[in-house]
Design a protein around this ligand. Structure first.
Ligand code: UT7
Length: 323
């Protein structure tokens, strides 16, 4: 009996923005976006919030796990786009679902590696803190920090949420994970908060509070992170790529996934890709993909799956699970 994923759930907002829609807003076109990224469309919040998307994904995960919501004794949520500084997004979801008075905390700032970080935090607390059933969420409304006038970044991102129930299940469950943090001294990928408007503050003034990205640098970091993540999980477990049923990478750019697959010598078909219809949803991307895969019947009991996240921070994380 190990700590395993009992279920997944996901939620996407009502709005759909196609590449053609974007070509009417910035100088770009469907062909450029699709060939350079693999994205056809992304979903954007119209009335939804990070909490509402996280809540919907969480409710679906609870239903699919077939558990009573009162069994949940821990909530961990990864996000870089919370609706409030506090309460935590996890705490707001706890209240929206009507969970018991249980610990709820956010993993903030680890961006597209957020879901792996959140699962690792939950697993650690479950292993040492006596928690038995955890709700782990990745929820984002990236549209609110996207610069919709910057064609080099706005084409990538979308909104959404994914959730998972972690509990003790049959099989080995989570076999291994590895978290990486790299100093982003040159600011390849960041989003600043407004500077203090305190009457006492005399420091630097920050006006630009949208996401900033050096696409080429992050592209290279993404490929390296997927390669390293997969290799670390294989080395830690003594497994080979043939033992792995699926690799579920963060959906940042289809070419990052293709290049990593090629360099690892692993068929691209082993990498699950859904970026064409959801874009890059940061911490939500891996659980949304896993929920989609479950609904399509692609994940079987005993399958070994490697997940790899990477992004702002710079941060990266990988995880190996036997379902
Ligand atoms: O979750 C982690 C977060 N981010 C990522 O993982 C992003 C990783 N990086 C990427 O996905 C890619 O670097 C991008 C998709 C952002 C950019 O693709 P690229 O192949 O690296 O293009 P580039 O930045 O090297 O730009 C090539 C050309 C430039 O024109 P010139 O200088 O060659 O004339 C750009 O100005 O393409 C131009 N360009 C565009 N053209 C049409 C940049 N964005 C666009 C656009 N439409 N949207």
């Amino acid at each position: 009996m190990g700590i395993n994923f009992l279920s997944f759930g996901s939620a996407l907002p009502q709005g759909t923005v196609t590449n053609d829609d974007l070509s009417r807003m910035v100088e770009t076109n469907d062909e450029w976006i699709y060939t350079r990224t693999g994205i056809k469309q992304r979903r954007v919040a119209v009335t939804e919030s990070t909490v509402s998307l996280g809540t919907e994904a969480a409710k679906k995960a609870i239903e699919k796990a077939g558990i009573d919501k009162d069994e949940i004794d821990l909530v961990v949520c990864a996000t870089i786009t919370p609706d409030t500084n506090f309460p935590s997004t996890a705490g707001m979801v706890r209240q929206a679902i009507g969970l018991r008075d249980i610990p709820a905390l956010d993993v903030f700032g680890t961006a597209c590696a957020g879901f792996i970080y959140a699962v690792s935090v939950a697993q650690g607390l479950m292993a040492t803190g006596g928690y038995k059933t955890a709700l782990v969420i990745g929820a984002e409304t990236l549209s609110k920090i996207t610069d919709w006038t910057d064609r080099s970044s706005c084409i990538l991102f979308g909104d959404g949420a994914g959730a998972a129930i972690l509990g003790s299940g049959e099989g080995r469950g989570i076999i291994s994970y590895h978290l990486d943090g790299i100093n982003d001294v040159d600011g390849y990928l960041l989003c600043r908060l407004p500077s203090s408007d305190s009457p006492f503050y005399k420091g630097e003034k920050v006006d630009y509070t949208k996401m900033q990205m050096n696409g080429n640098k992050v592209f290279t970091f993404g490929i390296t992170s997927v390669i390293n993540g997969v290799r670390q999980m294989l080395a830690a477990s003594g497994l080979t790529a043939d033992d792995i049923s699926w690799i579920v990478p963060h959906q940042a750019n289809r070419r990052i996934i293709a290049s990593a697959a090629h360099r690892l010598g692993i068929p691209e078909e082993k990498f699950y890709v859904n970026i064409d219809h959801v874009g890059n949803t940061s911490s939500a991307s891996i659980p949304i993909a896993l929920d989609e895969m479950t609904d399509k019947g692609l994940i079987k009991k005993g399958d070994k799956i490697i997940m790899v996240g990477f992004g702002g921070g710079l941060s990266a994380g990988s995880l190996l699970v036997e379902m």
